[in-house]
Design a binder for this molecule. Sequence first.
Ligand code: KG4
Ligand code: ZN
Length: 382
Amino acid sequence: MSFRILGIESSCDETAAAVVADGLDILSSVVASQTDIHRKYGGVVPEIASREHLRHIVPVVREALKRAGLSFSDLDAIGVTQGPGLAGALLVGVTYAKALALALQKPLIAVNHLEGHVHAVLLEAHRAGKRPRLPAVCLIVSGGHTLLYEVTERDTQGSTAQGFEYRRLGGTRDDAAGEAYDKVAKLLGLGYPGGPIIDQLADSSSNTGSLPSGENGLKFGPTKIKGSPLDFSFSGVKTAVLYHLREHQELAPEIEARRASLAHGERSAAQLKPLCSRQTLDLVTNFQKKVVHELVSRSFAAASQCNVKTILVSGGVAANRELRRAFDNQARLQDIEIYFPSRELSTDNAAMIAAAAFARYSSGDRAESMLNADPNLRLGVR
Ligand code: KG4
Ligand code: ZN
């Protein structure tokens, strides 16, 4: 009989529940996204996020059970995101999971959201009938995080489950990569979230392969970062876009026109493109190239430093097409295996939380009855 874990995730703006068998087979995965609600504010508003989690948590869990064809009594354990994330948002999931575990008399497992993102890649690999070779380097890149870890397998005393250990190799010194996408999109009047729109606009304008330097190009200084060479920085590229716009006031009317268009509701890249000049398309292409280069070069440097042949990439920004292309190209050159999750597993979901909970459960981890949300929870040792 399989071991079925109900995973619960509420760390940011997605209320999610999923049932996963033996840490690898997804029986159901339900995500209630709040993106439409936060869109008009251009980012996640914490108080609104908590309120929406409260509204959605019960129906989302019920739907996950229904889709899995199970009732509460069929569950073997409950896994919940303890952190990192927004305090009020995390509290909704943690409080609900604690109450449920108590009522059902089932074990409760606290999961680090970042460990969940690592498991998202492993779930996807399993779906494709693959098992990534470990140790690996894992890049977690989303709106809230840009982190590099070394992931090693831990002995789980003969169990079939995989247990993992994490060593933090580097992280962003300022903005997360997804945050930079969102901020640049806001500056340019491209809506929220910015990543998917810039992904599509940049791709459609990068047909020549050579980018303008000078007039239409961004002026970047070299990225100098004190400390670890595996740390990231994205505030420079974001500020470069800001300065570019200050210097090129002729772009102001088209930005206003896009904002006016967005005031009527969400706009697709196809709808926004006719409102973008060549200069703007070049600008987003340049911005994206710079961000992708930063992510890819440091990830491969980490793989080389750790002498590993596998890189896992997870988090919302992992959906980016240019990023995937760049990783794949470099991987071919360096004989490294790259694993990405599917789109639904790369953004926040609860299947990855249930999968991580299974690994923790197999290693004997159980949450205390006094479990509390931890907005600053860290993963692994430095
Ligand atoms: O993992 P996620 O759903 O939520 C957290 O931040 O935890 O990631 C959302 C972030 C946003 O910043 C969004 O702009 C970015 O991921 N994103 C992308 C793409 N799709 C989502 N960034 C670049 N290219 C994409 N295709
Ligand atoms: Zn996340």
